[in-house]
Write a protein that binds this ligand. Structure first.
Ligand SMILES: [Ca+2]
Ligand SMILES: [Ca+2]
Ligand SMILES: [Ca+2]
Length: 256
């Protein structure tokens, strides 16, 4: 789901969340094992975009989650927040609103679907784009933040089945941007193996990506095996790689 910056969705979020935070600020005690939010540390290249997955753990059922993420750099921009593959994907009331250029608040509430059962896994993924000629290498910290918008405080809290809000443990992360391109030599190392070798693992990776909700190729140029001008990874790339591997087809072209 793309970030929706529309005022309407922000208002809905404020209304829904007001009920949540009005009851209690997140000062409640998290019983038993402390729940957590883990922001990953990702590495990418200046010619690419970047993404930072966020994970969470809870040992009791939850009625709601709100997480506000921020970074402090003019060099990157939030493109979108995706719930694809997230533990929150089944919940109908969820969203991501970009509060400021550098801040996005993400929320999810269990309604008819029942409480969010205990577990650990993906909360969602923040996608970033970079300004042209970005300084490299650099690491930008992505952490949680508290922000006041229209007298409503956006922060990070979990809420239990009685709407008692409490603060999870937060592990901050970030994104490291290296210079140049991720693509080495020829295209086709879809699984980004450090040896840059093209083999059956790359075919498996492509099949998983296309048909099994597997992760996107870390380097889009390696994933675009056939070197199509749109730089898109699709079924043609899988066909190209199978032809090359098993049918004496032409080798993948060089990296751009
Ligand atoms: Ca390569
Ligand atoms: Ca490989
Ligand atoms: Ca292609």
């Amino acid at each position: 789901m793309r970030i929706n910056v529309k005022i309407l969705s922000l208002l809905i979020a404020i209304l829904v969340l007001a009920a949540f935070t009005a009851k209690s600020q997140p000062t409640g005690v998290d019983p038993s094992i402390r729940d957590s939010v883990i922001i990953s540390s990702a590495t990418t290249y200046s010619t690419n975009s970047g993404s930072v997955p966020v994970y969470f753990y809870n040992d009791e059922s939850l009625a709601g989650i709100e997480i506000t993420l921020a970074y402090n750099s003019p060099d990157i921009m939030i493109d979108s927040f995706s719930f694809v593959g997230s533990r929150l994907e089944p919940y109908s009331l969820k969203g991501a609103d970009q509060l400021t250029t550098n801040t996005v608040t993400v929320y999810s509430y269990a309604l008819d679907e029942g409480l969010m059962s205990s577990g650990s896994g993906l909360l969602g993924t923040v996608y970033f784009s970079f300004i042209p000629n970005i300084t490299t290498p650099q690491t930008i910290v992505v952490d949680t933040a508290t922000l006041l918008v229209s007298d409503r405080e956006f922060s990070t809290a979990f809420s239990d089945e009685n709407s008692n809000a409490f603060s999870p443990y937060i592990l901050s992360g970030g994104i490291t941007i290296l210079s140049g391109s991720c693509c080495l030599g020829d295209r086709g190392n879809v699984d980004n193996s450090p040896d840059d070798i093209v083999d059956i693992s790359d075919i498996v990776y492509l099949v998983n990506f296309m048909f099994n909700l597997g992760p996107t190729p870390a380097c889009p140029f390696e994933g675009n095996v056939d070197g199509s001008a749109d730089e898109i990874t699709d079924i043609s790339d899988l066909v190209f790689l199978v032809q090359y591997s098993f049918n004496s087809g032409p080798p993948p072209p060089s990296c751009p």
